[in-house]
Design a protein around this ligand. Structure first.
Ligand code: C2E
Ligand code: CA
Ligand code: CA
Ligand code: CA
Length: 283
């Protein structure tokens, strides 16, 4: 439904939402220009979705989720423009901005909520760039934020194609103190053997499994199996897209470590997040 935004656009790029490979050189150029302008004009904003620790009932982390407030088209979903940014090459400056902004917000947040961690989505393309770690280190140093409070979310598709290089890179990140989460777990078709070969701290179970949790016993068995497997590998588990009390209760019973979703909170602007955390702590 979010893809409907394309119809009122004067810019051609929005017309091509699904088959990204259909972009020709001119369209890519226009797209790149549009995204670059958006970056210059400050049209991107990070929202933050709280993640609840099921045992302590504390908010342990927030996930940074990018928003594009287009002056004419209004809100454009990241599910739409991130793939376009990846295709056009603008994912690099956008990701640089995300890292800096998320670290700055984290630094400020911790003055009031010292325990909070920041989870940041990393595009596979950005992850595979040679200077990725160097840039990240510079950002962390310039903001003077604790790397132990930073978690990076990578999908299986980001790490699998270059497994050996990825192990090396992930190990470097671990050495820096950064945690690694595998995003959308269960949606890829890769083998599970990488789980113990890669230094992974967290698995995020994809929303598609959680959605059916209260309805089908099979779904519950799958989620339970993922949690048990992860725990036996000393990996902790986040359930994504938890929307109902029922889902939460099932996950709690299955010893899921953390939950994220509308049941706890929608993604919030930075000022809403301060209010939310204040309120949560006073409950
Ligand atoms: P994701 O990383 O799997 O993020 C979770 C998505 O699920 C978010 O959508 C979030 O708003 C949504 N969500 C959270 N809780 C619930 C729930 O209870 N129910 C439902 N129905 N949805 C829920 P969003 O913000 O539209 O982001 C979509 C995708 O865009 C993300 O999926 C991620 O792949 C990508 N993305 C977002 N921000 C960034 C970013 O800063 N960098 C990169 N590289 N990708 C990003
Ligand atoms: Ca994510
Ligand atoms: Ca996810
Ligand atoms: Ca997803």
């Amino acid at each position: 439904a979010m893809y409907q935004a394309k119809k009122n656009g004067r810019n051609q790029y929005v017309l091509y939402h699904d088959g990204m490979q259909h972009h020709n050189g001119k369209q890519l150029f226009q797209l790149e220009t549009a995204l670059r302008k958006a970056l210059e004009r400050g049209e991107f904003e990070l929202y933050y979705q709280p993640q609840l620790d099921v045992k302590t009932k504390q908010i342990r982390a927030v996930e940074a989720l990018i928003r594009w407030n287009h002056p004419e088209k209004g809100f454009i979903s990241p599910g739409m423009f991130i793939p376009l940014a990846e295709e056009s090459g603008l994912i690099t400056p956008i990701s640089d901005w995300i890292m800096m902004q998320a670290c700055e917000h984290l630094k400020q947040l911790q003055l009031r909520f010292p325990y909070i961690k920041m989870s940041i989505n990393i595009s596979p393309i950005y992850f595979q760039q040679i200077d990725f770690i160097e840039k990240l280190q510079k950002t962390i140093e310039s903001v003077n934020v604790n790397p132990r409070s930073i978690e990076l979310e990578l999908t299986e598709s980001a790490v699998m194609p270059h497994a050996e290089k990825s192990v090396e890179r992930l190990t470097m990140l671990k050495t820096m103190g950064i945690s690694i989460a595998i995003d959308d777990f269960g949606t890829g078709f890769s083998s599970l053997s990488y789980l113990h070969r890669f230094p992974i701290d967290i698995l995020k179970i994809d929303r598609s499994f959680i959605k059916q949790l209260s309805r089908y016993r099979e779904e519950s068995a799958i989620v339970n199996a993922i949690i048990m497997m992860a725990h036996s590998l000393q990996i902790r588990v986040v359930a994504e897209g938890v929307e109902t009390k029922k889902q939460y209760q099932i996950l709690e019973k299955q010893s899921c470590d953390f939950v994220q979703g509308y049941y706890v909170s929608k993604p919030l602007s930075i000022s809403e997040l301060y209010e939310f955390l204040d309120m949560w702590n006073h409950l």
